[in-house]
Design a protein around this ligand. Structure first.
Ligand code: PRP
Ligand code: MN
Ligand code: MG
Length: 190
């Protein structure tokens, strides 16, 4: 365990098992989908989960990314995020599976869903590894026949690892956990 971690909430084996289960559900639900669904990751946090997930979805799919700026810093996200890096692919009339590492207030997800809808997606599903419903400020709405998949419900801690950062660090940890309090005080980058 990294010396900055106070405790681990989900280890590599638990993450791996759950990712496989989610991939199996998605595979079953999108088996008959034509054209292939578009898996859209929200950079940066979703990069590891997306990479693990798509390797286990044994179907034709396409992959793309969006980036959202919250203009927030530290541990609070912002109420009015903007799309700062857009899709490469045309998603008009396509089924989109939006992939996130975590849904907290719901602002990021709501913003991205509205964007995908405006680009003509025929459905938008959401697959988030963690969900923190206790922190929700806005309800997001799926589009069309979209489905909601989540790995785990997350208790109200600021978590890092498996794509999730504090001040851009710790994303590369292969597990998810909570930092010791002294490491939430200082930011090394920005
Ligand atoms: C984090 C996380 C989600 C979002 C969730 O991203 O990856 O995208 O916050 O918070 P919300 O539900 O309150 O909007 P962040 O904005 O920190 O960017 P990052 O993915 O680059 O870390
Ligand atoms: Mn993010
Ligand atoms: Mg972040």
């Amino acid at each position: 365990m990294h010396s900055h971690m106070e405790r681990i909430l989900w280890n590599q084996d638990q993450i791996s098992l759950r990712v496989s289960e989610l991939a199996a559900q998605i595979r079953a639900d999108f088996n008959a989908s034509s054209p292939p669904p578009v898996v859209v990751g929200v950079a940066t946090g979703a990069f590891l989960f997306l990479a693990d997930l798509v390797r286990r979805i044994d179907l034709p799919i396409t992959v793309d990314f969006v980036r959202v700026e919250s203009y927030g810093s530290g541990t609070e996200s912002n109420a009015r995020p903007t799309i700062s890096f857009d899709l490469k692919l045309d998603i008009n009339a396509r089924h989109v599976i939006l992939v996130e590492d975590i849904v907290d207030t719901g602002h990021t997800l709501s913003r991205v869903i509205a964007h995908l809808k405006s680009k003509g997606a025929s459905s938008v599903s959401v697959c988030t590894f963690l969900d923190k419903p206790s922190r929700r400020k806005v309800r997001f709405q799926l589009v069309g026949e979209g489905k909601f998949y989540r790995g785990f419900e997350c208790p109200d801690y600021f978590v890092v690892g498996y794509g999730m950062d504090f001040a851009e660090l710790y994303r590369n940890l292969p597990y998810i956990g909570v930092l010791k309090p002294e490491h939430y005080k200082r930011s090394y980058i920005s």
